[in-house]
Design a protein around this ligand. Structure first.
Ligand code: SF4
Ligand code: SF4
Length: 272
């Protein structure tokens, strides 16, 4: 990497929320601007989409044929490529269409002139198309993640891939558990931390926006949700919301939960 690394922030199909995590860095953004050369960041001003850079940050999923070409070109132009946010890391909320049998009919139901909509059948993660060097999960990511990542890269240290569960943060911060005390279907036990247990800190159940944590017992949590009274379809909707295409969530989404849960509950009753 050169003395003053050249960085680019590219946008694909997304809401821009993760780029705002850069712009909301406050004083850290001023420090960052002194340590790196921002070559391309259209939302902040500089535009040089085809420039060679040391680090390319990618927000958004790949949804058009043009996106497919563009991500390959950016990969060729970048020493390191890092995805930021749910859309770029797993396809995002828009990957719900990957599960629908009738997704091809959606444009006609949504747009007045659907003939102008030119999109792929699937919303793809960036890693479906090119090698990704590091992924920052979250919908959206937060500024603290960006600061930690950039500081690591500038000092030549491997960034930490936070894969512990949101529950760990609840325990560390002494946040009262929404699952146990309120009977809410919290996804914290299977979701990677990094958000500071934001939702439970306000008494809300986690809906999984930071993506699957490692070694998650998703079927065990699905069973717990069934015990709370959720129907199989309601349980699967919890896992579909933000990261429908993540492989760990797919294990629950693709299963016939009706049969699974009936068997598990029958087993539990016979054990009692
Ligand atoms: S509120 Fe959710 S994330 Fe926090 S400890 Fe309970 S189950 Fe885990
Ligand atoms: S608690 Fe869950 S849904 Fe809320 S911000 Fe954190 S990961 Fe996202």
């Amino acid at each position: 990497m050169s003395d003053k690394p050249r960085i680019a922030v590219h946008k694909f199909s997304s809401c821009d929320g993760c780029q705002l995590a850069f712009l909301n860095m406050g004083e850290d953004l001023i420090n960052l601007a002194e340590q790196v050369e921002i070559i391309h960041f259209a939302e902040a001003g500089p535009v040089a989409e085809d420039a060679l850079v040391d680090i390319a940050f990618i927000e958004g999923s790949v949804v058009t044929a043009h996106d497919q070409q563009r991500i390959k070109q950016i990969r060729n132009n970048s020493q390191y490529l890092i995805t930021i946010g749910a859309c770029a890391t797993s396809g995002g909320i828009q990957a719900l269409k990957n599960l629908a049998a009738d997704a091809a009919d959606w444009p006609a139901q949504i747009y007045g002139q659907p003939q102008y909509i030119d999109s792929l059948d699937q919303s793809g993660a960036v890693s479906d198309y090119v090698k990704v060097d590091f992924e920052l999960w979250g919908c959206p990511i937060n500024s603290a993640q960006v600061v930690e990542l950039v500081n690591s890269l500038l000092r030549g240290v491997s960034p930490i891939d936070h894969q512990d569960k949101v529950c760990l943060t609840c325990k560390q911060e002494q946040i009262v558990c929404t699952l146990i005390t309120q009977g809410k279907p919290c996804l914290g036990p299977v979701t990677r931390n990094g958000c500071g247990a934001l939702c439970p800190s306000f008494g809300r159940d986690c809906f999984g926006c930071y993506g699957p944590a490692e070694n998650s017992n998703t079927i065990g949590l699905a069973n717990r949700f069934a015990g709370l009274g959720l129907l199989p379809d309601e349980i699967q909707r919890r896992f579909k919301l933000v990261h429908a295409s993540a492989s760990e969530n797919q294990r629950i989404i693709a299963r016939d939960l009706t049969q699974d849960l009936a068997q598990d509950l029958a087993q539990e009753s016979s054990d009692e």
